[in-house]
Design a protein around this ligand. Structure first.
Ligand SMILES: NC(=O)c1ccc[n+]([C@@H]2O[C@H](COP(=O)([O-])OP(=O)(O)OC[C@H]3O[C@@H](n4cnc5c(N)ncnc54)[C@H](O)[C@@H]3O)[C@@H](O)[C@H]2O)c1
Length: 342
């Protein structure tokens, strides 16, 4: 277990059902739970996840399949759920909102009904800073109005509201964790970020460094920021995993409802990220300046103290070069093994 994971972690009663446990953040969280000897079961349809990232018992199933949910809850009798599975592309949510309302909102309802039917009452949920929409102030604290500007963000907010209503009516206990930009990879090198298509900045720049793409496009360099490019808050995926375990601990201690931001409180610009990728990889990246994209706020930086106050969580691996360095080692190894097998 890496040193960052060995700090005092709560004792969790399992099994814990992890939806989306074959995906990026879900696989890191499953790994941490298993390192802590908590029994787990991963539920994933592998639509975006990876079989080789799955650890421990696995149920290949879709959250739209209520009979499968019933069987999985009957078989594994989970004591808690960590719910990562979702459609995750903001742009696609604009052109195909129906898919997002079905898979994010309706399928979450399926999951909550299965929990209710089987007497499972604790759930940690992947929410997003996208629920805040255009920031009215920076940093964005938890009291910031939630006015999402995309269907993706709106589905995440609907899910938060559903959890709140189920909690008040049926005694569900939930933690809604509003991540900023998940980034990095496991320090051990075995897990990392593979999305298809990839839309996240750090892997895209690293692909350019690896020669897997020709260039990286910077969408706008005339924003009101020190170097003119957009600033985002990158939070290490292993720090995110730890927050889920801490949140599970709080729910099992009896806390009924909590919502908090998960970010570092520090922002890095697109150009700073590109610089870090070049520095860490030692390879040049061809950069092209492109027009601004609609709906990209200049700054998204996490604020508020709920994660610290309610979970006792603070990021431990927040240096940009550490985050990029972990991602680089993962993608370099992936590229090398792809080359070997081709
Ligand atoms: N990555 C980020 O920066 C970020 C930021 C904010 C919020 N989030 C949220 O965190 C969660 C995890 O994100 P990620 O980056 O790990 O995504 P991911 O795509 O890597 O993982 C999602 C997993 O869910 C599975 N899945 C999707 N639909 C399913 C269904 N209907 N039934 C069963 N399995 C299904 C996929 O196969 C995949 O393994 C998502 O809910 C996402 O919206 C992510």
């Amino acid at each position: 277990m890496s040193s960052q994971n060995s700090s005092a972690m709560p004792a969790i009663t399992g099994p814990v059902l992890i939806t989306g446990g074959a995906g990026y953040i879900g696989s890191h969280t499953t790994r941490l739970l298993r390192q802590l000897k908590v029994p787990t079961v991963v539920l994933d349809n592998l639509s975006a996840g990876h079989q080789r990232f799955v650890q421990g018992p696995f149920e290949k199933a879709d959250l739209g399949d209520c009979a499968a949910l019933d069987r999985i809850f009957s078989t594994h009798k989970p004591k808690a759920v960590v719910h990562f599975a979702a459609k995750t592309y903001v742009g696609e949510s604009v052109t195909e909102p129906s898919k997002y309302y079905l898979e994010n909102v309706h399928f979450t309802w399926n999951l909550l009904e299965a929990m209710r039917a089987h007497g499972c009452r604790d759930i940690v949920f992947s929410s997003s800073c996208a629920t805040y929409g255009n920031p009215q102030r920076i940093p964005i604290d938890e009291a910031h109005p939630q006015l999402p500007i995309s269907p993706y963000g709106r589905t995440k907010l609907h899910m938060e509201h559903m959890l709140e209503d189920f909690s008040r009516a049926y005694g569900l206990r939930f933690a809604a964790l509003r991540y900023f930009n998940a980034a990095g990879a496991s320090q051990s090198g075995e897990l990392g970020e593979i999305h298809a298509p990839e839309t996240h900045l750090i892997p895209l720049v690293l692909f350019a460094a690896l020669g897997l793409r020709q260039k990286i496009s910077v969408f706008g360099n005339d924003y009101d920021t020190p170097d003119g490019t957009c600033i985002r808050d990158y939070v290490h995926v292993e720090d995110l995993a730890r927050a889920h375990v801490q949140a599970l601990g709080k729910l099992q201690d009896g806390i009924a409802r909590l919502a908090c931001n998960l970010g570092t409180g520090t922002g890095f610009s697109v150009l700073e990220v590109i610089d870090a990728c070049q520095r860490v990889s030692g390879r040049p990246v061809h950069v092209e300046i492109a027009p601004r994209r609609e709906g990209d706020p200049p700054r998204l930086i996490s604020g508020g103290s709920a994660a610290l106050d309610l979970l006792g969580w603070a990021p431990q691996r927040a240096r940009l070069d550490d985050i990029v360095g972990d991602a680089w080692r993962f993608h370099l190894a992936e590229a090398q093994s792809a080359k070997k097998s081709s």
